[in-house]
Design a protein around this ligand. Sequence first.
Ligand code: URA
Length: 236
Amino acid sequence: MDKQILYAAERFQEYVMEDYDKREKLKEFYLKIKNCEECELSRSRTRFVFGSGNACALVMFVGEAPGKNEDLQGLPFVGQAGKLLDELLNSIGFDRSEVFIANILKCRPPGNRDPRIEEINICKGYLLEQIKIIDPKIICTLGKFSTQLLLNTDKGINTLRGKVFKVDSRIIMPINHPAAVLYTPSRMEILKQDFKKIKRLIDSDGEMPACEEDVLTLESETTGDEQNKDEQLGLF
Ligand code: URA
């Protein structure tokens, strides 16, 4: 067989095996953690919400915690905020089955209250393992909690949204949480523009556009606040 064709066939087989491996690893991980009882939230949950989508996704979206509908169905972003997320994904030519959607917390906080630091600290390992397995090139953090967690910062979402950060070999782009936008419709246009930017990042195959801010800027601006930063989210 022609050497080039053989090389292409081997690469293709490697990709297929890699995808198979990721799916299997993610499934295995789900089975390992789905009955988690590490915190109080396990007692009030209806269902554990692992996350859903493509195990080989280029892009991952990370929200905060399951709400009422998610708790009932065991799937992330299936309520009103999820409907908006679906519409925004569709607006850039994507379906949710092509990306992976997860939350920091896998169980619903009662009454949809904010996640507590202790809960984040207990649950964040699950998210980090999901990221490790899926290995997306781009992570879009939805709202304050996942942004602060994955960028290891105490800066607010209004300062960070729409910016692009390179962390290790990945791009992290914070955007407003769809639920927050439903409460404040004047932010809708900003969110739509941020999705267009996500599309540009996807089209550049996760490469960092030369003009964007990087994580060094973020770190140098927050170094004076190291201790507070760690106490705030108890990270890393
Ligand atoms: N809000 C979130 O952060 N996650 C969901 O899954 C639903 C709403």
